[in-house]
Design a protein. Structure first.
Lengths: 321, 298
């Protein structure tokens, strides 16, 4: 482990270890659990072959609805720049934002998933994360959006480098979080040998669940190092993260069994739509005026029913004129 | 949560709205209206929310990748959260710290794994490629940071200058007081000495009894207690000190002009006759006058 090993040498190492293997029959892939070397070799062979045919062929289609506001459009563009395996498409008409048309679009572009940003009333942003063709789809309400262009977010990283994904442990607490975690991994994780991906890992995504919302953060990793595959001694302790952005917070509304529709598998019991919140606030404010009128009439009635006793000094200055 | 039927779903949202009104009227006061527009949480979750666990599990099986693929495909790290309940959503700093530590811990674990695998994962210093934020943008970021730093420094400096001024003022007032006191003391002592002399009848031996402190004799000299700065100049010399001979020459001319026209020079009478010049043909004293007036007017 102390030796420097470049990426190409990892594959060269596998045939080196193979020298011991030919004596054994083809049992390596099934793995002898007690022989650690064989298991490792199997993994290395797997790495170079990428497990009997597994290739991450994820392609994400990113679109938005018309009448999207500038902040959300920038958020979408930021996400497009973060994911090299995505394809940005033109805006879709409002009427066609349900079901069939979008499914067709996804099929047409040959993507395996879709991120659709829908902006309602120029105020609320809903994000659909959909796995095509028959996969589950999730509708989120997006809050707390800060784009990469904000000057307070000072970090920077390679465009297209594969991120490390960190999830907080409460993603494993419940089934719907597990499903969401899997979908997030597949959508936000860049495929391994994607042609637009860059080699090093210099940024990290952080997904956490706080207050039943999923918070997303993107940090640049800066650690002192001299070689590409080894951190300098004690460097891990000097590692700092600088925020790159964007930042947003997702509130899951519903999970559907099909793409862009289908049977509802999960509904968030705590979700209150922003329209309702606004209606509530208005109602509170409306209540104020009605209350005032009521209070006035009440006062009048009270005065009528309890007349004041005549004041002795009321006529004091009447005679003076 | 109970097992709900799938086709129950359609009117669910409408039901939810009605129930919400009832439930959330009482919650109106507890609207958490923070800057981040976090939606309100209901106290009791609506009972009719769908939660189809088996369906979710099925879908999860459908979409998930095979179990035995290499970790480098996924690159996921799960972080245990110690005191998860302690993170208050509305406390911005604590929340961001929690996210930061989560990412930090995750990165450390991931780096250790990557280092074991021996794959290159750190960007070398000479690897230049397109970054996700353009160079112009980073310039703006840098200038903003520098600006902030400069503001802070200037504020610091201003505060220090103000404090220093205060200090200096105090010190100065102290010194002034001291000097005044000293002056008074000295005058007093002279008076005393005079009185003493008077009383003792102006005896001749009084000169030796002068045991007053004059402060090294400096305080009575011109130029104050600071000492003579220009020893070549005798006290009472108003000429401004050592000058060159050339300027002394000019002084003579100066003196002549001053006496003729008063200090400040002649005004506009260059072509008019005075009493002396009426009878002077061909100019008269040209040596100092000719051209000199014009020069001095400037």
């Amino acid at each position: 482990m102390g030796r420097k090993r470049k990426h190409s040498e990892a594959e060269a190492a596998a045939p080196v270890k193979d020298d011991s293997a030919p004596e054994r029959p083809k049992r390596t892939l099934l793995g002898w659990k007690d022989k650690k070397e064989d298991v490792e070799e199997a993994k290395e062979a797997a790495a170079s072959v990428s497990v009997p045919g597994f290739r991450n062929k994820e392609k994400v289609l990113v679109t938005c609805s018309r009448r999207i506001s500038f902040r959300y459009r920038h958020l979408m563009l930021n996400i497009v720049s973060l994911l090299p395996h995505c394809k940005k498409d033109s805006k879709v008409e409002a009427k066609s934002s349900k079901g069939a048309t979008l499914n067709e679009l996804v099929e047409l572009k040959g993507s395996s998933s879709c991120l659709f940003f829908e902006c309602r009333k120029h105020k609320d942003l809903y994000m659909w994360m959909v796995k095509s063709p028959s996969g589950p789809s999730v509708k989120f309400l997006v809050n707390a959006v800060h784009t990469m262009e904000e000057l307070k977010l000072t970090g920077n990283h390679l465009k297209g480098s594969r991120p490390l994904l960190t999830f907080s442990s409460n993603f494993d607490k419940d089934v719907h979080w597990k499903l969401l975690k899997e979908m997030l991994t597949q959508v936000f994780g860049i495929p391994k040998e994607h042609r637009k991906s860059k080699p090093y890992h210099d940024h990290v995504f952080a997904f956490s669940i706080v207050d039943d919302h999923i918070w997303f953060r993107n940090y640049q990793i800066s650690v002192p190092h001299n070689e590409a595959d080894k951190v300098a001694r004690g460097g891990l302790d000097k590692m700092t993260l600088v925020e790159v952005g964007p930042r947003f917070c997702l509130n899951p509304i519903k999970i559907f069994g099909g793409s862009f529709g289908g049977p509802t598998l999960y509904e968030n019991p705590f979700y209150v739509s922003p329209n309702q919140i606004r209606a509530l606030e208005k109602r509170n404010k409306a209540g104020k005026f009605a209350k005032k009128i009521k209070a006035k009439t009440r006062r009048k009635m009270h005065e009528l029913s309890n007349p004041l006793e005549p004041d002795e000094f009321a006529d004091m200055w009447k005679d003076d004129e | 949560m109970s097992f709900e039927d799938d086709d129950f779903v359609e009117d669910d949202e409408m039901n939810m709205i009605d129930e919400d009104e009832a439930a959330s009227d009482s919650e109106a006061e507890s609207l958490s209206d923070s800057d981040e527009e976090i939606t309100e949480k209901l106290a009791e979750p609506t009972k009719t929310a769908v939660y189809n666990r088996d369906g979710l599990l099925d879908k999860l099986q459908d979409i998930s990748w095979p179990e035995d693929i290499d970790w480098t495909h996924k690159l996921t790290v799960e972080i245990e959260q110690g005191q998860q309940a302690a993170v208050d959503v509305n406390d911005d700093l604590a929340r961001e710290m929690a996210f930061y530590t989560q990412a930090l811990v995750g990165t450390r674990q991931a780096f250790e794994k990557l280092q074991e695998m021996g794959l290159p994962f750190l960007r070398p210093g000479d690897y230049y490629a397109e970054m996700v934020k353009s160079d112009t943008h980073m310039e703006k970021v840098k200038s903003k940071l520098l600006y902030e730093k400069r503001q802070m420094e200037e504020a610091e400096e201003r505060r220090k200058a103000r404090d220093n001024k205060k200090m200096a003022k105090e010190v100065q007032s102290q010194k002034m007081k001291e000097r005044a006191k000293q002056k008074k003391d000295e005058i007093e002592s002279v008076k005393k000495w005079r009185k003493q002399r008077q009383q003792s009848g102006f005896s001749e031996k009084g000169a030796g009894e002068l045991d007053l402190e004059f402060g090294n004799g400096k305080s009575f000299q011109r130029g104050g207690g600071g000492g003579k700065k220009r020893p070549g100049v005798s006290p009472g010399d108003r000429s401004g000190g050592k000058g060159k001979t050339a300027s002394r020459m000019n002084n003579k001319k100066r003196e002549f002009r001053d006496s003729k026209f008063g200090h400040g020079g002649r005004k506009g009478l260059s072509k008019q006759n005075t009493a002396e010049t009426t009878n002077d043909f061909k100019g008269g004293f040209r040596g100092g006058k000719a051209g000199g007036n014009k020069r001095q007017k400037r």
